[in-house]
Each structure stands twice: as structure tokens, then as C-alpha cells.
Design a protein around this ligand. Sequence first.
Ligand SMILES: Nc1nc2c(ncn2[C@@H]2O[C@H](COP(=O)(O)OP(=O)(O)OP(=O)(O)O)[C@@H](O)[C@H]2O)c(=O)[nH]1
Ligand SMILES: [Mg+2]
Length: 337
Amino acid sequence: MAGEWAEAFDLGWREPRDAPDGEPQGDPSDRGERRRGRLKRLRDSLARSRSALGAELRSGLFETLDAATWERLEEALIMADVGAPTTADVVGRLEIEAESGAFSGAGATRARLVELLAEIAGSKPAKIDLRDSPSVLLMVGVNGTGKTTTTGKLAYRLQRELGLEVIVAAADTYRAAAVEQLQTWSERAGCQIIRAETGGDAGAVVFDAIAAAQSRAADVVLCDTAGRLHNRADLMKELEKVRNVARRRLPSAPHEVLITIDATTGQNGLRQAKLFAEAVDVSGVVLTKLDGTAKGGIALAIARELGIGVKLIGVGEGIEDLRPFEPREYAEALLGE
Ligand SMILES: Nc1nc2c(ncn2[C@@H]2O[C@H](COP(=O)(O)OP(=O)(O)OP(=O)(O)O)[C@@H](O)[C@H]2O)c(=O)[nH]1
Ligand SMILES: [Mg+2]
């Protein structure tokens, strides 16, 4: 479910600079090797998972294709958090195609299922828009879903893999600990941080960070915002305000609004994404904590029902545990292969 870093971003006219000390991105002869290494790491990080879908498939689910097969597949997809409407759609299409003789045999059925899942997961553009200079990315989401961690991991990758200069904005001004946490990440990533006193205005921090990026020609501003419950209208309004303040400094900002969804929270993630999208035009999902669950099917529900694609996945707590989303690998992993 993970792809290449350089392919995960739309850099516009900007050529990726030589990364300071990262893996070289350019040499195609290394690509196969790196891809294998990456897949292994991904599998390792997902090793704790127990996929209900995988168990079903290993039990020879597709050896006979009848009503009971489709029912069991439906159950397994629902268990993986794919959601009822998306499940009905996928299984309905698979069933019709099987009956029309479009494919036959367990292997071909499984392969077609992977295709259908990947098609839904990847139907939205997945590249993160970094064409503008600076590009401003707003991290939003419910408390504890991984905004600050993702901000740190992403700052690290953008600098290391793409050689971009990143500034992080500590726009979670509610808790002193939140600013300290981002400070630690910025030191690990090796980037500048713009912070204000606790209790300061989140919009002002974002404004200052964009101004700082403009004056020193930095490439990207990553704004970490405070966690908020999607059903708190006042807090969602505040987020809208932060976005509007960013626009006042740079009319094209924010270039991306990324919502972190904890893959272990199940269908509630769909509702979170929906309400955040209503407030601030969410452009992509970061699906976090995939290492802690075999579910993760919520990505399909969000893509199909809300039209918002997953752009990045979190597979651990470490600075390297962030990956570009790759629909096909994701579909394979969901099936527990
Ligand atoms: N296993 C795992 N843990 C993660 C991942 N992403 C974040 N975490 C952990 O989740 C917890 C919360 O992460 P934060 O980044 O602080 O979440 P947040 O959204 O900033 O939280 P608030 O600012 O309180 O809203 C931390 O313990 C992180 O280490 C992930 O991909 N995998
Ligand atoms: Mg945070």
C-alpha cells in the first residue's frame, strides 16, 4: 500500500533537489531493490494484524462461487470497516461479473477483487500538491489521531527525500505540551518551527509561519492544529478561521488540508471525515495506526462515499513510519496477503 516518495507529490516546476543524506530517488536500477525492501518493512509493520478477509480467503472462499460465498465476503468486508454501501457495491459487481463468465476460478476471482478494491481506493488524485512556493498544508483531525506525529514524519521526509525546506507551525496553541511535542519532532526532522505562547491565536501562528517561509524562500509550511471533535461546531468554526487567516497571507493557501484518521476507529472515521470536509474542504486523508489493525477498510468507505482519497499512511510511531499510499498494495494488504 506504499509507493515511492517522489511520486507522492506534485512539485510543479520544482525539481527534487539532492536530498541531504537520504536514499537516492533517481536511479532506476535501485528501484526494484528498494521496492522489495519497502514491501518487507510494510509487511513487518503490519505483521501484528489478523485479517478477517485474509482468513476467509485462505479458507478457500472462492473455490465455489455461490450465494454463501458472496455473503461471507460481505461479512468479511464489513468486518474490515469497508462499510455497507461500499461492500454492497464491490460484492455486487464481483457477483455479476462472475455470473457473466468474465473470470472463473479462485485465483482470478481474488485478483478481480483486488482490482475492484484498488480502483475504489485510488479513484481520487493521491498526489500532494506542492506546486506553490511556499505550499501550505494544514493537518486537521480528531484528538489523538496522529496530526503532530504525521507533521513530524512528513517534515522529515520532505527534507530528506526531496530536499525541500520545511517550516512547521505549532498551531495547536491549547496545550503547552503540544508545542513541546512538535518542537521535539522539528528537532528530529531538522526543520524550523514557528510557535507562539500557549493560549495564543492559532491563526496568527499560521500567518507568521507563512510569512517566515516567504521571507526565507522555504518550500513547505506544515501546520499542526489542535485536535477537535468533529461534532463541536464552535471548534470547527475556529478551524475555518485558521484557514481564512492563512488565505489572507497567501490567497492560494492552504494547498492541502489533510485529515488524520485513526484506522482503528472504524466507521466513526467516515463521520469524522465528513464533518471536517464540510468545514474546511479536506483534500486528502492520512490513514494512521495501520500497524495496529488489520481493518483499515475505512479508506474505501471515505474514498467512495466522500470522494476523498488517502494520500499517506502511518505504520508506526517512528519518524520513518510514514508512507505514500499505493491503492494496489493497500488492497493486497487488506486481503491479508
Ligand atoms: N502505532 C502507531 N501510532 C501512531 C501512529 N501515528 C501516531 N501514533 C501515536 O498516536 C498517539 C497520538 O499521536 P499525536 O500525533 O500526538 O496525535 P494528535 O492528533 O496530534 O493528537 P492531539 O494533538 O492530542 O489531537 C501518539 O502516541 C503517537 O505515537 C501510527 O501510524 N502508528
Ligand atoms: Mg497534536
